[in-house]
Design a protein around this ligand. Structure first.
Ligand SMILES: *Cc1c(COP(=O)(O)O)cnc(C)c1O
Length: 452
């Protein structure tokens, strides 16, 4: 048998899928497009799990949801309701956070060389701006002075072991940035140091956080008053069981994919620790060069911890449903074409593949059905528009009108790359809440970019 990768499911979402086929089908028919289902309740549970870890370590911390991971308004609204902040990188994201009820002081602004409109929003709303160039620092200081306000600033460090990153100050440049902050008080209010690492190592984050703590201590010696360090995002997530992931990696072969497609690498679909447990490992870990845990260091130096998880807060907070438009047989497998494109499964656009098994929701379940392997193609005219190159084993041959469910897609998969290519409509987002006697659905606000 070719390797399969069944998704891990939140029990409440699994029950929703198993018990509400008719509702899912009616919505798919009613909107006649692929649909993203989004669930604010598991999102709020993930937020609570992170807050719980901070509380257990006695750390004054602030969580900022990295909004780029999903455009749905409902998640930003859940942030406002949970009292956490939002990390944004454009005026559109900033405005959306405000519109959902997030206070300006709870908005973090990241991203390289920010447009002056974005800096202006930040200055006027007391948002916290992460800066990594002298040019931007000078623009921000001038803007704050003109408005007779104080801009709240984090200086973003270049990670010590990611020297090729285009983000962050190198050590000597950080020195001049701190000097600039000293001479531009009170219009620049230096609040601390930040970083955002690629990869998913808890120890690398713990060690870089140790460096940030030392840099805060040094900044205090020059008369600055940092209050926090910001360890960024990159909290790991698991989509599948460890045993399935290991078995998959050990056995998959080029002929398990349409056209013998090969990949340089995959997202690690199983990781440990993940989510809030990874925050626990970071706080309990001892940074290289220190003798005490990061939590103890933060406490000793009276520093808060800020974090910016994106994907990890969206774990189990959504899935995506396509309708099958047609199936054709190939040599020993089939190509099922759906009513949308791979732009709605963003992983496909990073020379990689979203691997958790899509699930067939057949219009008619065939009790005598024989297993059938199929890859999944998009409705566009691009040969490379494949939602899944892998020949997935389905319990029966998919047919036009069946639905295909991609699990756990809320984190980055849904909409970071969507486009109305071929004049195909952008998939709407259906917000589902599960508390109460039956599930309730509503449409997330229509995207201002959908033309709808
Ligand atoms: C993208 C990003 C995040 C979120 O990363 P995740 O991997 O989704 O947790 C946080 N901070 C910054 C600065 C980012 O660019």
């Amino acid at each position: 048998m070719p390797p399969s990768l069944p998704a891990l499911w939140h029990p409440a979402l699994r029950r929703f899928v198993d018990d509400h086929h008719t509702l899912i089908r009616e919505l798919a028919d009613g909107f006649s497009a692929p649909l993203h289902f989004v669930f604010p309740e598991p999102f709020a549970d993930n937020v609570a799990a992170f807050q719980q870890v901070l509380a257990e370590h006695g750390i004054a911390g602030r969580t900022f949801y990295a909004k780029k991971a999903n455009k749905a308004r409902c998640f930003v609204r859940a942030c406002a309701e949970s009292g956490i902040g939002v990390d944004v990188a454009s005026t559109g994201e900033f405005a959306d956070a405000l519109a959902a009820g997030v206070r300006g002081a709870d908005i973090g602004v990241s991203g390289p060389a920010k447009a002056s409109d974005l800096l202006m929003l930040a200055v006027m709303h007391d948002a916290l701006v992460a800066v990594d160039s002298l040019d931007e620092l000078a623009r921000l200081a001038a803007m704050a002075r003109n408005q007779r306000r104080a801009a709240r600033v984090l200086l973003r460090m270049q990670p010590a072991d990611q020297k090729r990153s285009r983000f962050g100050w190198m050590d000597d440049a950080l020195e001049s940035a701190l000097a600039f902050c000293v001479s531009n008080q009170p219009h620049l209010r230096f609040e601390g140091l930040s970083f955002h690492l690629s990869g998913y190592s808890a120890q690398a984050r713990c060690t870089q956080a140790g460096r940030a703590v030392r840099a805060c201590v040094a900044a205090r010696a020059r008369g600055l008053s940092p209050r926090m360090i910001d360890i960024g995002g990159g909290f790991a997530m698991s989509y599948v069981r460890e045993s399935d992931w290991q078995a998959f990696l050990a056995t998959h072969q080029p002929h398990d994919y349409h056209a013998g497609k090969t990949f340089e690498g995959f997202y690690p679909y199983y990781q440990a620790p993940f989510g809030a447990a990874m925050l626990d490992a970071i706080l309990g870990g001892v940074p290289d060069g220190e003798t005490r845990s990061l939590a103890a260091l933060l406490d000793e130096h009276d520093l808060q911890l800020m974090l910016e998880p994106g994907r990890a807060l969206l774990d189990q907070a959504g899935f995506t449903v396509f309708a099958v438009q047609g199936v054709k047989d190939r040599d020993g497998y089939g190509i099922a074409t759906v009513n949308g494109t791979s732009f709605s499964v963003s992983e496909q656009w990073f020379a990689s593949e979203f691997l958790p098994d899509p699930e067939l929701l057949p219009a008619v379940r065939d009790t005598q059905g024989t297993p059938y392997r199929a890859c999944i193609g998009g409705a566009s005219c691009l040969d490379s528009d494949m939602l899944t190159w892998r020949k997935v084993a389905f319990p029966q041959r998919p047919r036009a009108g069946d639905l295909l469910l991609y699990p756990n897609t809320a984190g980055y998969q849904m909409d970071s790359n969507e486009s109305p290519f071929h004049e195909l409509p952008l998939p709407p987002k259906i917000v589902v809440t599960l508390a109460g006697d039956r599930p309730r659905w509503r449409i997330d606000r229509i995207s201002p970019f959908s033309g709808a």
